[in-house]
Design a binder for this molecule. Structure first.
Ligand SMILES: Nc1ncnc2c1ncn2[C@@H]1O[C@H](COP(=O)(O)OP(=O)(O)OP(=O)(O)O)[C@@H](O)[C@H]1O
Ligand SMILES: [Mg+2]
Length: 232
């Protein structure tokens, strides 16, 4: 697929070099559309494969400020972070009982969504704290905001109104699934278009516990091969 996409790119670039010919103009436009859609399909396939590949869901105590910082180390190099400010407010040093790689991908999607939604001068604020016995990360942006229709659909697969035109509409669907599997919550809110958005995720501080039908109780989250622990 990679080499076919390269061929398509070469063809599209070649055609767009002959801009004076009327037929070539249409041809180049359609080729460009096909190229963009092909890249979108490639992104979707990669995301689905990534998600289905995650077979090991091992969880441990992970420092959320460190995890968030490792995501920001990546996003500050992205083109769409230029001219925008990102602030971290760490109310407490919070550890959560999570699979670090999975939660990193959730935070990455939320940060990129927030950055995509803002113009130059936008501010993304990430608040990390413990609240009501859970770890909480709230990602607030000063971007385009969301109306009721968008809010009702954001977790649906393939729903995208991303301003870059490059969204696959899978980021929040997959994020929702990951948070649900952790026994946590993800919540979106906005005061409406032009008023920014807030995405809040809540995660367990400790392994989830449940009494088994025998007498033991475990908090380590490590599957023992016996049905001792039920962790969402
Ligand atoms: N912070 C935000 N501000 C405004 N709209 C948002 C925000 N986050 C998400 N959305 C809306 O929700 C849609 C779905 O987001 P989601 O992350 O699932 O997909 P995407 O960003 O379009 O594509 P990708 O699959 O590459 O993440 C976005 O396209 C956008 O319309
Ligand atoms: Mg996204």
């Amino acid at each position: 697929m990679e080499s076919r996409l390269k061929e398509l790119t070469l063809l599209a670039n070649k055609a767009s070099g002959q801009e004076n010919h009327p037929c070539i103009v249409d041809f180049a436009r359609y080729l460009k559309l096909i190229q963009e859609e092909a890249f979108r399909c490639k992104n979707i396939t990669e995301k689905l494969l990534d998600f289905s590949r995650t077979t090991e869901h091992k969880r441990e105590a992970v420092s959320l400020p460190k995890l968030v910082q490792s995501v920001l180390d990546v996003t500050t190099h992205l083109q769409n972070s230029k001219g925008k400010k990102i602030e971290i407010k760490e109310e407490q040093h919070t550890n959560a009982w999570i699979n670090a790689e999975e939660i990193k991908s959730v935070i990455l999607n939320l940060v990129v969504n927030g950055l995509d939604s803002m113009d130059d001068g936008g501010i993304l604020t990430i608040v990390i704290r413990e609240k009501d016995g859970q770890a909480e990360v709230a990602i607030k942006d000063t971007g385009i905001g969301m109306n009721q229709e968008v809010l009702e659909n954001i977790f649906e697969p393939f729903f995208t109104q991303n301003r870059t035109g490059k969204g696959t509409g899978l980021g929040l669907t997959i994020s929702h699934k990951i948070i649900q599997q952790h026994g946590g919550e993800i919540e979106a809110s906005s005061e409406g278009m032009g008023h920014g958005s807030v995405f809040t995720i809540r995660l367990p501080l400790h392994p989830m516990v449940s009494m088994n039908t025998n007498e033991s109780m475990r908090r380590d989250g490590v599957p023992s091969g016996q049905p001792l622990l039920v962790s969402a």
